[in-house]
Design a protein around this ligand. Structure first.
Ligand SMILES: [Zn+2]
Length: 85
């Protein structure tokens, strides 16, 4: 069975049933993770913060890539080309 994972706008994993956060509650088989909206048992990762998306959905900018791109711009400058030649 395939179930769509739900996330909020910040990439936090939410419960599949209600799109809510979950909480640990004392159940018949010990502590179980339950949806805070409907109090049904949910799988680990749903709304408990352990399965959040690594990024926030914003475009990822790698500062190292930007830094490495600079020297190639300079070497195309004819003013600098004769100095390094
Ligand atoms: Zn629920």
């Amino acid at each position: 069975m395939y179930t769509m994972k739900k996330y909020d706008s910040d990439g936090h994993r939410l419960t599949n049933c209600c799109g809510a956060f979950s909480t640990f509650m004392e159940g018949e088989r010990g502590e179980v993770l339950c949806c805070k909206a409907c109090y049904r048992e949910v799988s680990f990762g749903e709304g408990d913060g352990s399965d959040d998306l690594p990024s926030t959905g914003k475009p990822k900018v790698d500062p190292i890539d930007e830094f490495l791109a600079l020297p190639s711009i300079w070497s195309n400058d004819p003013e600098l080309a004769h100095i390094t030649a």
